[in-house]
Design a protein around this ligand. Structure first.
Ligand SMILES: Cc1cc2nc3c(=O)[nH]c(=O)nc-3n(C[C@H](O)[C@H](O)[C@H](O)COP(=O)(O)OP(=O)(O)OC[C@H]3O[C@@H](n4cnc5c(N)ncnc54)[C@H](O)[C@@H]3O)c2cc1C
Length: 623
């Protein structure tokens, strides 16, 4: 086994020149970390398992046609990242108009949803069903919001949830929406609900302060040769400055002792290779990282990493002998008659994605599990399946397909199931004892990061090596859409967010729950029923026991309201039952009505607080 030392003089490891950072992965995070270290005069080496840079943000070229893993927009509210991209590629960004629609029930729906367009496509009857189901859920919401299903239904009504959320989400995640944690919905959809959607659609992109916002909803930046162009450029820059990107180096062992990582061992075509360093930055999936630790981590940490779940992804790229199959950049396929989840039209992203303008190339996205039936299907069969499905949807003609390619991407999505946060806590606690190992990026942190967030984690990690103390775990997917970034940008911490936020979210949720306390309908029902029923029975019984010529003349008047009630022992029992039932119904109904009103108030408050986030939230479809 070949061992490479960090420097000839380990004892001088404190001087910047003698330190070398070993970076695992040449995706956006790994390459950005290397770039940032070089900016600070440090040395680094990047080890990449694959033979191409870009990771999930790569562009795959096949016979001159280019395919993304998904279709990668370059957008960020983090100014530092936008400036970085512009510096790296001053002339190669295109500003593209966006068109994306939902295909459901053989009809197209604009996405983001527009009420008039949706109404036209759904028809009046379906629209009425949606309206009724929305009113119903507002009156009788799910009391618990643990699952994606409950969370979305409470905001959009069951019917709309079934049409626009359920099928696609289940395709993406491969599990029922009732098993997907509500925090994923809360993070992706924020406090958007049907009324806000309708209001936003009618009022346009107008914020409460009257500002019209041109958002990512209408246009986005895109390198003219796809995202891979950006990451190839970064590779050139860092290699020119002395940082090698070593392909075909899959890190399989991470050796540590005395509370520090000492080296990593990579499998290459030539055998195993040990690379020694002083600092280590990893963007490889956490599960693989923990399997590689030598000596192994605690049983608890290892198990936590093994329990992290992923969703895998494959693209069937079709080359079409047709210049323009449809105008959309991408189409969400909500029909459950086909397995394809989304279709990209790469020529609509950039005309330079095709070598011949009389042709086009589309990417059919299948959300899969590694080793499931689709994942293992032969490429030829997948291309045939993709052709059949797209033709059946009426989006292309099967005879226009002249070639195809299949691209498989394992671990494309870190899964946010109900326990992933707890597992990450355990993992992070363990890692505190290895301070020279930092985890960055999407799978590196098991976080639903876009490129920009992955980059910010990497920049923070690199700066930590040069003496700063950033919290790499503070960078989160959503923050830059939540706040004006200017203040935090000034402090160099733009786009960061303190997460995991379980504690804070817990407090906020508790504060809201306390402020908007709800009645327990059953309890109020019984609270009214029992005293009323017993009271009537006791009053009647006292009169009967007292006896006399005109027993309970006044109380007998109640028989006008309570059928069957008499001042007799039988009447007392009948009256007790009847008053009990009436009292229960009254209490239960009152509680539900009051709860509904309190719920309206609470949601109105949240909506007011988060109104300014709504436009950005509209843009948070699944990527
Ligand atoms: C379908 C889809 C669409 C998306 N669309 C967008 C979008 O529009 N805009 C956007 O900004 N983001 C988008 N993203 C997110 C974006 O792809 C990621 O945020 C980004 O690629 C993460 O970068 P990374 O470097 O953290 O990880 P990755 O891209 O996963 O890169 C990690 C690298 O590490 C390598 N590696 C793994 N294990 C090892 C090992 N053991 N040894 C050595 N190397 C290893 C991998 O081969 C890979 O090259 C999308 C993601 C998906 C799945």
């Amino acid at each position: 086994m070949l061992t490479e030392k960090v420097s000839s003089n380990e004892s001088s490891a404190n001087s910047a020149q003698s330190q070398r950072c070993v970076i695992i992965g040449a995706g956006p995070a790994g390459l950005t970390a290397a770039h940032e270290l070089l900016e600070h005069g440090r040395s680094a080496v990047v080890l990449e398992a694959d033979h191409q840079v870009g990771g999930i943000s790569r562009t795959v070229e096949y016979k001159g046609f280019r395919f993304d893993i998904g279709g990668h927009r370059f957008f960020s509210k983090v100014k530092m990242v936008r400036d970085w991209w512009d510096r790296m590629m001053p002339d190669d960004f295109l500003v593209r108009p966006r068109l994306s629609r939902i295909f459901y029930d053989d009809k197209f729906f604009d996405y983001p949803l527009k009420p008039l367009n949706a109404l036209r496509s759904l028809g009046l009857l379906e629209a009425a069903r949606i309206g009724i189901s929305f009113v119903t859920i507002k009156l009788f919401p799910y009391q618990e919001e643990n699952s994606f299903e409950q969370w979305v239904s409470n905001r959009f009504g069951r019917r709309l949830y079934e049409i626009f959320f359920k099928t696609y989400t289940e395709k993406v995640w491969g599990m029922p929406c009732s098993e997907i944690g509500a925090d994923w919905a809360a993070q992706r959809i924020k406090n958007l609900d049907l009324m806000t959607l309708v209001r936003t659609a009618f009022l346009g992109n107008q914020m409460s302060d009257g500002k019209i916002v041109t958002t990512l909803i209408e246009e986005f930046n895109y390198p003219r040769l796809g995202p891979g162009m950006m990451w190839e450029r970064v590779r050139e820059v860092i290699e020119d400055r002395g940082c090698p990107v070593e392909f075909g180096n899959r890190v399989e062992r991470i050796t540590h002792s005395g509370g520090r990582v000492r080296s990593v061992t990579a499998r290459t075509d030539e055998g195993l290779r040990e690379v020694v360093g002083t600092h280590f930055i990893s963007s490889m999936p956490i599960r693989d990282l923990f399997e590689s630790l030598d000596p192994p981590p605690t049983e608890e940490a290892l198990q936590a990493s093994r329990d992290l779940r992923y969703r895998d992804f494959l693209t069937v790229g079709l080359i079409l002998d047709c210049s323009d199959p449809f105008p959309d950049n991408w189409i969400y396929i909500h029909s459950d008659s086909v397995r394809v989840g989304r279709i990209q039209n790469f020529k609509a992203w950039s005309p330079e994605m095709v070598p011949d303008l009389s042709k086009s190339c589309i990417g059919l996205e299948y959300f899969v599990q590694e080793d499931d039936e689709l994942w293992r299907m032969a490429d030829k069969e997948l291309i045939a399946l993709g052709t059949r499905e797209t033709a059946a949807l009426g989006l292309i003609r099967a005879e226009d397909v002249i070639d195809g390619v299949v691209i498989r991407m394992p671990k494309a999505y870190p899964v946010y199931d109900r326990d992933y946060q707890n597992r990450l806590e355990i993992i992070r606690t363990y890692l505190k004892d290895l301070p020279n190992l930092q985890l960055v990026g999407r799978n590196g942190q098991h976080r639903y990061n876009n490129q920009d967030h992955s980059m910010v984690t990497a920049i923070y990690a690199a700066r930590n090596i040069t003496g700063s103390s950033y919290d790499v775990w503070s960078v989160n997917v959503e923050e830059e859409y939540l706040e004006e970034a200017s203040d935090r940008e000034a402090s160099g911490r733009s786009g960061d967010r303190q997460i995991p936020q379980r504690l804070e979210e817990g407090r906020a949720a508790r504060a809201l729950r306390d402020a908007f306390a709800r009645y327990d309908a059953m309890a109020l029902g019984f609270a009214l029923a029992i005293p009323a029923a017993l009271g009537l029975f006791a009053a009647t019984a006292i009169l009967l026991i007292k006896g006399g010529p005109a027993v309970g003349a006044n109380l007998s008047l109640l028989s006008n309201y309570i059928a069957g009630f008499r001042v007799s022992w039988t009447g007392a029992f009948i009256g007790m039952l009847e008053v009990g039932v009436l009292g229960f119904c009254f209490g239960w109904t009152m509680a539900r009505l009051i709860n509904a009103m309190v719920g309206w108030q609470e949601r109105a408050l949240i909506r007011r607080l988060e109104r300014r986030l709504t436009l950005e939230a509209l843009d948070k479809e699944v990527v």
